[in-house]
Design a protein around this ligand. Structure first.
Ligand code: R5P
Length: 291
């Protein structure tokens, strides 16, 4: 039986205040269900609308990449400064504390190593296990123009179908094969195909003409880091991507291969979340590095 209400206070239904129904903050994401939006809001900061993802999933096809020989030693100190962690389930379960506050973007495709044809990937994580690990999105590589293009697109669409059942966003990563040119024409083709086929987030490289690429993609784009650059150039690339329409960055080697990874990750945060200029962010990096 419900407890009786003995309060002497007069009830107030605030009849003069209409209940608000606000649009979801993230580009192209307003029509999803509550669970999907909640997961996206754990990846993208609702205040800035942006994300700083830390990618350290390279081992799934490259083995112990430089800087990731011991994830427990090199990556753990960076964790408090990332919004989302992009990693494999093997590393999550063996190395990452379950008490971390970050959202998790789980690598869910794989198969070939660097010794084989990379586009020959398959789905590598079951949706049930992704839910068991409480992840906020699953990530899949799509090889537009690659030898196994259709198979990799199918990996993504199957994950989207399964994800939709449970409110799990899919991050589609545009892979660039050896034979493919990394230019705006190719990247806008690939990003648009991924979004049209159901990816909730698209990860891709920064290229000249990125503004048009971002404009033509109806869902949030997260900039991929790529190979290690001098810190100032990497900050410039992140700044350009954000000012040209990216909703965040997902950087790996430019963070964990930096001379001062914590300083670099925090400098990237300044650019992404606070709109710092390259000069300000680089100064911040140097000051933090020299402390
Ligand atoms: C992309 O293909 C994989 O997810 C990589 O392992 C990762 O995203 C690469 O990060 P970065 O290029 O910034 O080192």
């Amino acid at each position: 039986m419900a407890e009786q209400d003995f309060s002497k206070k007069e009830k107030n239904y605030y009849t003069d205040i209409p209940q608000k129904s606000e649009a979801f903050f993230l580009k192209g994401s307003n029509s999803y269900d509550w669970g999907m939006k909640n997961r996206l809001a754990r990846i993208f900061n609702p205040k800035s609308g942006k994300t700083v993802m830390l990618a350290f999933d390279h081992g799934y096809f490259q083995g112990p990449t430089t800087g990731l020989e011991r994830v427990d030693v090199t990556i753990r100190p960076l964790i408090p400064y990332a919004d989302a962690l992009m990693l494999t389930r093997g590393i999550l379960r063996s190395v990452i504390e379950p008490s971390v506050a970050n959202s998790v973007v789980m690598r869910a495709s794989g198969g070939p190593s660097i010794l084989k044809e990379l586009s020959n990937e398959q789905i590598a994580v079951d949706m049930e296990d992704a839910l068991r690990m409480n992840v906020s999105a699953v990530a899949v590589q799509v090889f537009i123009g690659g030898e196994f293009e259709t198979q990799s697109v199918h990996n993504m669409t199957r994950l989207v179908d399964r994800g939709m059942r449970y409110g799990m966003p899919v991050l589609g990563v545009t892979a660039v094969g050896k034979e493919l040119t990394r230019d705006a024409r190719y990247i806008s083709l690939a990003t648009r195909i991924l979004a049209e086929l159901g990816a909730s987030i698209v990860k891709t490289y920064h290229v000249p003409g990125f503004e048009q690429v971002a404009a033509a993609c109806p869902v949030p784009i997260v900039m991929a880091g790529g190979k290690k650059l001098p810190e100032k150039e990497a900050l410039q690339m992140a700044h350009d991507a954000i000012s040209q329409g990216a909703s965040g960055v997902d950087m790996g080697r430019n963070i964990f291969q930096s001379d001062a990874p914590v300083a670099m990750l925090n400098a990237v945060r300044k650019v992404v979340h606070e709109g710092a200029s390259v000069k300000e962010a680089y100064q911040y990096y140097q000051d933090m590095k020299n402390k």
